[in-house]
Design a protein around this ligand. Sequence first.
Ligand SMILES: [Zn+2]
Ligand SMILES: [Zn+2]
Length: 107
Amino acid sequence: MPYRDGTGICPRCGAPLHGPWSESEKRLQCAGCGGRFVGYGSLARSHPRLSQQLGISPAPLPQTPLACPHCNLPMRALSVTRITIDFCAAHGVWFDTHELERLAGKL
Ligand SMILES: [Zn+2]
Ligand SMILES: [Zn+2]
């Protein structure tokens, strides 16, 4: 089943997300706030250590969870080196503006 090219709404600011969301590359970006939603396969390729870190900790559901831009279910939150990131177990990880760069620099 083909995915749409632009898919989903930013869970932070409500602007549309754009980017490839295909079998080979899952990487959406918000034009409004700069947040990003990255699929696990794409994250493992670009940031393998961060991707491993996500796999090891059980994560609680926050009080006011963000919605996964792909399936709209509430995302869980995980604190990695004191940066809280939100993720959907099925689809990928949400990074607020610059969070991906900050995390990648610390791991
Ligand atoms: Zn946004
Ligand atoms: Zn999802």
